[in-house]
Design a protein around this ligand. Structure first.
Ligand code: SF4
Ligand code: F3S
Ligand code: FES
Length: 237
């Protein structure tokens, strides 16, 4: 079985505008991933194809791309989940500047991430008994879902509100703020809620829901955003 690919190419040093290039990868298996095929195109057919990837196992979050119009990790997308009777269309994720081919500039994405204080600010002194800060299983469960984020940007770059305005912090930043806002040991809840109540914060979310199915970690992204909105309205977590 062969798989045909239609890949959005763009080299800003050479091309006036992006164009589509077609490739055929021969003798594929249904259990091959899109990343496997992109590797074969790059290694066997066209070494100039540029993409970003690292772990190849859905952990590092570096190979988010639009596959047949939907944001996915190439390393987690098996060919058997796609229709091989027509070319598989692969493009860079939207809303971030293309550096080359499938590689986009993540800096605006990480700037929004850093802006929400995505780190632990303890609300008690270091325990003197040498033990960790304790937390009940119920309190831990409160933010378990949002600990799973791998910062792949599939959610943020599938959000029409983010496409419309790069000022919107985007769902990934809110998910990572949620992880600390709802941590009972954290003392910076109000700072984070104030940041997210600003014009580029949660109220730019119009509950469009593209972000939730886009998440390869199956995080309930829209739900997390809704919980942060509620916390801002009520002034509590
Ligand atoms: Fe990726 Fe999901 Fe994290 Fe968004 S919430 S950056 S889609 S892992
Ligand atoms: Fe965008 Fe998700 Fe809200 S797609 S508008 S962040 S529900
Ligand atoms: Fe690491 Fe796909 S290469 S998540």
């Amino acid at each position: 079985m062969d798989a045909k690919f239609r890949i959005r190419r763009f080299n800003p040093e050479r091309d006036q505008k992006p164009y589509w290039a077609e490739y055929t990868v021969k003798d594929v298996e249904g259990t091959d991933t899109v990343l496997d095929c992109l590797h074969r195109i790059k290694w066997e057919q066209d070494g100039t194809l540029t993409l970003r990837r690292s772990c190849a196992h859905g952990v590092c979050g570096s190979d988010a791309m639009r596959i047949n119009g939907v944001n996915k990790l190439a390393c987690k997308t098996l060919l058997q989940t796609l229709n091989l009777n027509r070319p598989i269309q692969v493009e860079p994720i939207l809303g971030l500047k293309v550096i080359k081919d499938l590689v986009v500039d993540f800096e605006p994405f990480f700037e929004h991430y850093r802006a929400v204080m995505p780190y632990f600010v303890p609300n008690t002194p270091v325990p003197q008994d040498g033990r960790e800060r304790r937390q009940s299983p119920e309190d831990r469960a409160r933010f378990d879902d949002t600990t799973k984020c791998i910062l792949c940007a599939c959610c943020t770059t599938s959000c029409p509100s983010f496409w419309a305005s790069g000022e919107y912090v985007g769902p990934a930043a809110i998910v990572n703020a949620h992880r600390f806002i709802f941590d009972s040991r954290d003392g910076a809840t109000n700072e984070r809620l104030n940041i997210l109540a600003e014009p580029g914060g949660v109220w730019r979310c119009r509950t469009i829901f593209n972000c939730t199915p886009a998440c390869p970690r199956e995080i309930e992204v829209t739900r997390a955003i809704g919980e942060v909105k509620l916390a801002i309205q009520r002034g509590v977590r």
